[in-house]
Design a protein around this ligand. Sequence first.
Ligand code: GAP
Length: 516
Amino acid sequence: MSDDKKPKKDTAKASAEPEIMEKIVSLCKQRGFVFQSSEIYGGLKSCYDYGPLGAELKRNVKAEWWRAMVHGREDIVGIDASIIMHPDVWRASGHLAGFADPMVDCKDCKAHARADKLPQKEPGTEVEYKVIVDAQTGKKETRKGVVGKLGTVCENCGSPNLSDVRRFNLMFRSFLGSVDPVENLARAIEGKNLTGDALKAAITEAMNETAVFLRPETAQAMFTNFVNVQASMRLKPPFGIAQQGKSFRNEITVEHFTFRSCEFEQMEMEYFVPPPGFAEEGKDDMYWFKYWCDERLIWYAKLGIRSEKLRLRPHETAELAHYAKACSDVEYEYPWGWGELEGIAHRTDYDLKQHEKHSGKRLTYFDPQKNAHYHPYVIEPAAGADRAALAFLLDSYAEEPPPPGTKEGRTVLRLHPRLAPIKVAVFPLVKKDGMPETARKIIAEFWKHQINAFYDEKDTIGRRYRRQDECGTPYCITVDGQTAQDGSVTIRERDSMKQERIQVADAVEAVKKRLV
Ligand code: GAP
């Protein structure tokens, strides 16, 4: 059994997460937002399943992004490319050679870790640490060691006894085609007494014949399809290509629940703009970089993230990739501190030129006015759907004390109505006097209008409201004794808890107008 397939504790639960994270992880499980993947088998490292409410939330996040980036404007079109791409894509993009983290192994407890994330200790100091020597009983042995010149110790057991740092490529390798890579491999090394680098080279060569990679970002398909999209849609820069979809990174350190995992969804857009010499007056590449930084910050704020929890962090020059002209992160203040929500990068013409060089195909735009071909510059807002969903959950979570004169407080998710998994809950006040039948008729109208509505008749009305508050449902409609007399129902608003009476016939419109 490989290390990653061994039963793992839920990383979020096992780690020293701030209390609020523990609460969110627990609420996510109890209310069907996020479950640990393969939980009945002990779970799998950093893999999560979105439950009924989580799937709705993430779909809503992605729909809002698509609405803002594609359907709400004329200059951006969407694509849906395959996850597995030609291996040369990753050679051209630099991912095969450079998409790697520095990794070390602990010689005592055998844990693997990112070298740049290890706890620091003064080089030369003696440290004492405990190592499990019997996995069955958990028996530990105390050992001593001296911190090496890098000044790092194991994050798991505290040992300074670490391997040399090596580069670990984050791309998941797989195989495509009917040639069995294991058979290839066996043939390549059979009868040869290979060791060390020669053995590694023979194995790599044998595997490479059919090797493919799960994409570590969605971006590259927008570059490889640049001419296809531009020509088929007759687009003129500035224009964008957007995509949402799964990406995979074999992250050494996964952390903070869905914040950093190995399988995640991205929402990326490549905005192709005229390079210097071709740009419209006042709208050069840096104008568009700033434009997208502003737009993306506004998107999160409009969907309800508190402005004091959002900021734009420009990268220092030393942080920039060698081809990047500028980069800024949209950051959110998570319970563990400020962290990236989305990156906005000015990638110059690097990607198109790289793919042109490796594929031999021209990837330019022909400017008829100037009668010249050019490689557009690219501004890339790259967001994560899982990370955004987590930020929306965290930011909307509130525990309210009991109102004066009452005993019961409440937990509420103040999600923006358009992000809320359930838009409206419909209740009969009691299970008699025709109230359930009327409530069922009302909810059928919501479903007919494709509004996600939830029917509940169990427990007291107060408990039913609390249950919906806790999963973020913005509106609850209750059929009561008055309904049969004057055709009215109450509509309760989640955040203010205020109720007003509306006519049954107006119920769908009343909710619809609040969702715009
Ligand atoms: N094409 C550029 C690119 O992929 P990135 O900053 O590596 O840039 C963009 O990724 C976004 O994808 C991040 O801001 C984050 O929201 C999300 N993301 C990246 N790695 C992730 C991971 N391991 N788990 C969850 N989300 C991740």
